[in-house]
Design a protein around this ligand. Structure first.
Ligand code: SF4
Ligand code: F3S
Length: 381
């Protein structure tokens, strides 16, 4: 039997088992889509795109669609720590419902402070009863950096700290996702001087955490992780920063629409100049795409139409650790430091997993050199 058929059979039996779990919602995903004017054809097209994004062959599209239809069987607890709520907002505040936002609506969100009506005692009780009722079965999603100086972020009528809530919810979860850069790496809360000693989720709990960074992360990356869990029930392949390789395996620079201009030495020299009007490369006005691992250049935001570089500003490296401290100034190139200082000496991507620090340092220098030489050559013409 081929590996592909064997895997399909394995997934199908997992989905059969999930289907037998009690439905946690009254409606079905088809009803939710009908109400929003999304056809079955659109849904299957979306399932095909998600299948490709997860790195699976097109033969898996029907099981990916089925996994989405079963998303209401898996309870989700979503905790907010120290953050701006931008990760949740980016998912729920679309101008027209996307299939990702519908699925987010459709999953059984047992607890989400921004979306639920309860507050105070009632909210705390809801959290405790959800953890108890779905012990070992729920997906935990945590948004926000977590003050480890536990005097900060003391919340709710019992005066629990964010760290204590995150630890308790993590201890009983089936899978844990750190949603956004704050939860994945500490974010702006952990930026120098870090007055609350904010930490990422993986330093607060000793359970395995999958990081889904971005400020905010792409909604497709959030929903893709839920689907991946429903399909496989195991951790996906991860990079050195525990980011799923299917989403964070390539540099922004690798698939950027302006890459041809980079290679041709055509750079925006200052915002609003002729090069900016021509859509030239933004490296010289600070783009950190060569140092940043994420799929924004492919997946984009807002119904796939926009993303930072498309809008005319360089990538600021928002899915990398410590980007507030290490990627600035945001509108100048990183010519004054070696590549490894950005990544604390670690390789950072799927391919760079095996690349040593020295080569990464050379790569950083080489990128700056390339930009300089390419500009000189262009000037000679
Ligand atoms: Fe795109 Fe930035 Fe790379 Fe230029 S430097 S090609 S704008 S990612
Ligand atoms: Fe962030 Fe850069 Fe994408 S700033 S949203 S990783 S293009």
């Amino acid at each position: 039997m081929s590996d592909k058929i064997e895997l399909l059979e394995k997934i199908s039996s997992r989905l059969d088992a999930i289907e037998k779990l009690p439905k946690l919602k009254d409606n079905t995903i088809s009803q939710a889509m009908d109400e929003s004017g999304i056809s079955r054809r659109d849904f299957m097209k979306w399932a095909g795109a998600m299948t490709a994004m997860l790195g699976l062959s097109s033969a898996f599209a029907p099981v990916v669609a089925r996994a989405a239809e079963l998303a209401d069987r898996i309870p989700v607890i979503w905790l907010h720590m120290a953050e701006c709520t931008g990760c949740s907002e980016s998912l729920v505040r679309t101008d027209a419902p996307t299939i990702e936002s519908l699925i987010f609506d459709y999953i059984s969100l047992e607890y989400h402070e921004t979306l639920m009506a309860a507050s105070g005692w009632q909210a705390e009780e809801n959290l405790e009863s959800a953890i108890e009722k779905y012990k070992g079965q729920y997906i935990l999603m945590v948004e926000g950096g977590i003050p480890s100086d536990e005097y900060f972020l003391t919340i709710g009528p019992h005066g629990h700290t964010g760290a204590a809530n995150a630890r308790k919810a993590s201890d009983n979860a089936a899978a844990i996702f750190a949603i956004g850069t704050c939860s994945s790496f500490g974010g702006i809360q952990a930026a120098n001087p870090n007055p609350t000693k904010a930490k990422p989720l993986h330093e607060i709990t000793n359970k395995p955490v999958i990081n889904v960074p971005g400020c905010p992360p792409n909604d497709k990356n959030i929903v893709g992780n839920v689907l991946n869990y429903i399909l496989f029930g195991t951790l996906p392949a991860l990079d050195n920063y525990n980011r799923p390789k299917w989403a964070y395996g390539r540099r922004i620079h690798d698939l950027c629409e302006r890459r041809g201009h980079f290679d041709a030495g055509e750079f925006v020299q200052s915002f609003g100049d002729e090069g900016a009007k021509q859509g030239y490369c933004l490296f010289k006005v600070g783009c950190k795409g060569p140092y940043t691992f994420n799929n924004c250049s492919q997946e984009r935001f807002n119904h796939h139409v926009a993303w930072p570089i498309g809008a005319g500003h360089g990538c600021i490296g928002c899915s990398e650790p410590d980007f507030w401290d290490k990627m600035g100034p945001f509108e100048k190139p990183l010519t004054d430091r070696l590549y490894q200082s950005v990544f604390k000496g670690l390789g950072a991507d799927a391919t760079a997993d095996k690349i040593g620090v020295g080569i990464l340092a050379l790569t950083g220098v080489a990128i700056v050199l390339h930009a300089t030489i390419a500009t000189l050559k262009k000037g000679e013409k």
